[in-house]
Design a binder for this molecule. Structure first.
Ligand code: T4K
Length: 414
């Protein structure tokens, strides 16, 4: 049972007992049925087939294709390498337009392939790339657009497709967050030239490390398959440039096991999301990002937006307070890719053109969810947040009087 906060000094940041004896994480992996996983691992060890297009990998790809209603799934070792392969496979060069409010991998994958990321602002409500800001960024060097379905909420796919068609640009989607989500009743994975999922340990369906490129384009799929395996078209035939982007059998075994629990994971995330929504409904200064419940959704991110004036403290102060309570909230995707290297020094004025990104980067905070978190933990987290909201001014004043007790890992993230 988490310790209740009755007065400001009860907060752990001021010396009180942390609400939780051990840490609650945002990205705690969902494991699925352990016995089935171990059975599969034993099987692959007995079979002595550990990687290189093995049977589990093929089954995993087939199941994903079926689940999404998409023609091709090419599983990869992680989404970042998948995006690098995709960048080459669709022939991106010069400049590509993408949001800055995303995980750094979206930009780095391009840069790694010597394609320049050009950062576009986001819509303040959807947090996704703002189509109305794209055309002003298109130059003679632009070859593509990458939309990111942030938090699993679909981009304005129609508007992006229209712009891409009109300017003859490639359109890709970084769907790292959006496995199992739909847009207009069609599963994410079916849009643009191709889409890319992440199955990293922190994703609600995971393969330890992993990802997948999905597309309905036969030629593109064939090209990506070759590129994933050094360009090998046969035992001694290399028909194109390629890399090692293969997913191992142990990862595919985890992926299959994870997929079998997908409905359970979604139900848990959905329950957690509803719990947070109900408990934080009337808290001034806190708004919970909502999802379209008529669409399929994985609910894997619980995202708060903090209004500093209404709450009385800043997002970063709230983050510090929660960490001290052992609630390891995350400031995704602070400070925005444009403020990270090598992009920051390349364009020191970028922030001027990204006002919504700048604003969101100081307001967003993600809370723990997934199978590691239940109603009791969520109630305790919400109790702390509600307490802070009630005492906003007093907390703010107290925060100015050191020493404060920070979580030992906190300095790493500063
Ligand atoms: N595009 C987008 C939009 C993305 O968000 C991502 C990845 C990518 C592309 C690239 O996908 P991959 O190449 O990774 O497949 C995490 C993940 O590492 C990253 O995959 C993810 N996005 C990003 C949003 O979150 P960090 O820096 O937050 O990771 P870390 O190690 O701090 O873990 C997060 C929390 O999860 C921590 O509190 C600890 C906990 N955790 C983590 C791991 C790995 C566990 O409890 N167990 C674990 O095994 O990036």
């Amino acid at each position: 049972m988490a310790a209740t906060k009755l007065c400001v000094e009860d907060l752990a940041v001021f010396g009180g007992t942390p609400a939780f004896p051990s840490e609650l994480h945002v990205g705690r992996p969902n494991i699925g049925d352990r016995r089935t996983l171990l059975k599969r691992i034993n099987h692959l060890l007995d079979r002595k087939w550990l990687t290189n297009d093995g049977p589990f990998l093929q089954e995993f790809e087939k199941r994903i294709s079926e689940h999404l209603g998409v023609k091709h799934c090419i599983a990869v070792c992680n989404a970042t390498v998948g995006l690098e392969i995709l960048t080459r496979a669709v022939g991106l060069s010069g400049e590509v337009i993408l949001p800055s409010f995303t995980f750094i991998a979206t930009a780095h994958a391009l840069e790694w392939q010597q394609v320049t990321p050009v950062f576009c602002d986001v819509n303040p409500v959807t947090h996704n790339i703002d189509p109305s800001r794209i055309e002003e960024l298109i130059t003679d060097h632009t070859t593509g657009i990458i939309g990111v379905h942030l938090w699993g909420r679909p981009c304005d796919v129609g508007a992006l497709a229209e712009i891409a068609n009109r300017h003859r640009l490639k359109l890709l989607f970084d769907a790292a967050h959006a496995f199992g989500c739909s847009h207009n009743r069609r599963m994410i994975g079916n849009f643009g030239n191709a889409e890319l999922f992440s199955f990293h340990a922190t994703k609600f369906v995971n393969t330890f490390e992993g990802g997948a490129v999905v597309t309905n384009d036969d030629k593109l799929a064939a090209k990506i398959r070759l590129m994933r395996n050094f360009g090998f078209a046969g035992y001694d035939i290399v028909s194109s440039l390629g890399t090692n982007g293969k997913m191992s059998e142990v990862s595919a075994a985890m992926g299959l096991t994870s997929l079998e629990s997908l409905e359970k994971f979604v139900a848990t995330n959905h329950r957690n999301y509803r719990e947070y929504r109900q408990q934080l409904a009337d808290v001034a200064g806190i708004s919970l990002l909502t999802f379209d419940e008529d669409e399929k959704c994985n609910y894997q991110y619980v995202v708060l937006e903090i209004d500093e004036d209404a709450l009385g403290i800043t997002r970063d102060q709230l983050d510090d307070i929660l960490w001290a309570e052992n609630v390891l909230s995350r400031r995704y995707f602070y400070p925005g890719c444009h403020r990270m290297e090598p992009y920051r020094t390349r364009d020191l004025r970028a922030a001027l053109f990204l006002p919504e990104t700048e604003r969101l980067a100081t307001r967003v905070l993600c809370l723990p969810t997934g199978t590691a978190v239940g109603g009791e933990e969520i109630s305790a987290i919400c109790q702390i947040i509600k307490f802070i909201a009630g005492e906003g001014r007093a907390v703010k004043e107290r925060m100015l009087k050191p020493p404060l007790r920070h979580h030992p890992l906190k300095s790493y993230f500063k």
